[in-house]
Design a protein around this ligand. Structure first.
Ligand SMILES: Cc1cc2nc3c(=O)[nH]c(=O)nc-3n(C[C@H](O)[C@H](O)[C@H](O)COP(=O)(O)OP(=O)(O)OC[C@H]3O[C@@H](n4cnc5c(N)ncnc54)[C@H](O)[C@@H]3O)c2cc1C
Length: 429
């Protein structure tokens, strides 16, 4: 977190586990780079199978998206089953979708199994729609889950207003599998669970290079190195130039959040404490925290936040959603970088023999990344990836003209906002 931010999650998280940099020349079976949800959940799953694992983290567990996000537990992958089938074919598309359906169960189970203190609340996830087009899309999503027997409920406009306290929505749906967590406490708790399971977690331990050594790999940090048979890069939007070409396979897009002071007990703002987002292409998401603060998130600027004045988007959103709340500056403001692929599908890359990189963020990874340590552990212990509920393993697929990514992001955001505005202007069918 930069000194220009004031993160609610940093101010209220469980304490960070005491960790040390890597010293000397070490050996392990699997080395994981990055201690976010992906790296830590995979490390725990490997340790549960008796595999020796070392996690190397540049800063501290949760330093990336895992410590900055909205803490919304949103069940399932972003894509509907039909989209996954179109992208991956019938067998893998259906397998991924079915596996995704259980991601919030896996998250809450892991939290319970390791007794992770992270304010985990299974209060439900709500999606609301403010245009007829968006409502039809929400209905499709609701019906798809209902057909699979998921605990979802359709909401008319009145029910949506009662649940959220926000006006202007035509309806939506609620999914009882979802809820909220304190995201940084979850990351720190996963790090503690990994340590308890026998994983060696080192931080600060930025990996500066990965070199072949016989049939193995050596990962070098400033203070030591570790030799590993297999390697997983779980560095998400913070990949940098660690592996040539990897960072060019996705874009890092800022999302900003602000949080109010705790609201009065009798407020009508999310009395049931669900996690909420709307169906806009330029997403708006909000929730309450354990102390009752309202946390609102939305599009960030192209560059890192430069102080409280960068947070106009979430602040204007809060004012529009809840005009009755006092118009006072937020108590907290912070941003995070979302790792986005052009088609918003997750990626799994084979970089070299025994070296994989996974990118599965796309702004929706609290349940998914925390819940899918097991298949990644299977992959790293030699399972055939074609048998696993994972995206296909491919070589690197850089985004064309990646150096122009800021232009893409700006143009993409304008395009999506224009389409949202068009939807709002369109009369009901
Ligand atoms: C602002 C924001 C809001 C979001 N809100 C939600 C939400 O409400 N619900 C939801 O489901 N999803 C949300 N997401 C997405 C979710 O946070 C991510 O999908 C998830 O945290 C990704 O976890 P990860 O472990 O893959 O990556 P990260 O948490 O980003 O972890 C990557 C780690 O790699 C480390 N690293 C990088 N390079 C090196 C190196 N060379 N050596 C060592 N370590 C290195 C970094 O320090 C970092 O700790 C949000 C994301 C953001 C940014």
């Amino acid at each position: 977190m930069s000194p220009r931010e004031r993160s609610l999650w940093h101010a209220t998280a469980e304490s960070a586990p005491a960790l040390l940099p890597l010293h000397g020349m070490q050996e392990t079976e699997v080395a994981i780079v990055g201690a976010g949800y992906t790296g830590l959940a995979t490390a725990i799953a490997l340790a549960e199978r008796g595999v020796a694992v070392t996690v190397l983290e540049a800063t501290e567990p949760g330093a990336g998206a895992s410590g900055a996000n909205g803490g919304q537990v949103i069940p399932g992958l972003r894509h509907l089953a039909g989209d996954l089938v179109a992208a991956y074919g019938e067998t893998l598309g259906r397998r991924l979708h079915a596996y995704g359906a259980g991601d919030s169960d896996r998250l809450f189970d892991l939290v319970a199994r390791y007794g992770i203190a992270c304010d985990a609340t299974r209060s439900g996830y709500v999606q609301v729609a403010d245009t007829p087009v968006a409502l039809a899309e929400a209905r499709q999503r609701h019906d798809a889950w209902a057909a699979l027997g998921a605990p979802v409920r359709w909401l008319d406009a009145e029910e949506a207003r009662e649940l959220t306290g926000a006006g202007g929505y035509l309806g939506g749906w609620m999914d009882a599998r979802g809820g909220t967590v304190q995201p940084l406490s979850l990351a720190r708790g996963l790090a503690r669970a990994a340590l308890r399971s026998g994983v060696r977690v080192h931080a600060p331990a930025r990996v500066n290079a990965i070199r072949p050594e016989g049939r193995d790999w050596r990962l070098l940090t400033a203070t030591g190195s570790v030799r590993a048979r297999r390697v997983l890069l779980a560095t998400n939007a913070m990949t940098g130039d660690l592996w040539p070409g990897l960072a060019a396979c996705s874009m890092a897009v800022w999302s900003f959040q602000t949080a109010t002071a705790p609201l009065a007990e009798e407020t009508r703002v999310l009395p049931g404490r669900q996690a909420v987002s709307d169906t806009r292409r330029v997403l708006r998401y909000w929730r309450r925290d354990a102390a009752g603060r309202l946390v609102v998130g939305g599009k960030g600027t192209i560059r890192a936040p430069r102080g409280p004045r960068s947070f106009g988007v979430p602040e204007r959103m809060r004012a529009r959603l809840y005009p009755d709340l006092p118009d006072v500056p937020p108590e907290f403001w912070w941003g995070g970088r979302v790792c986005v692929s052009l088609d918003r599908l997750p990626r799994l890359f084979a970089l070299a023999e025994g070296v994989f990189a996974v990118m599965q963020d796309n702004g929706k990874g609290v349940a998914w990344c925390t819940g899918n340590g097991a298949p990644l552990a299977d992959l790293l212990t030699g399972a055939d990836p074609r048998d696993l509920p994972l995206p296909p393993v491919t070589p690197l697929r850089p985004i064309p003209l990646h150096p122009l990514r800021s232009v893409y992001a700006a143009a993409g955001s304008l395009w999506l906002r224009a389409r949202d505005a068009l939807d709002r202007a369109r009369p009901a069918a």
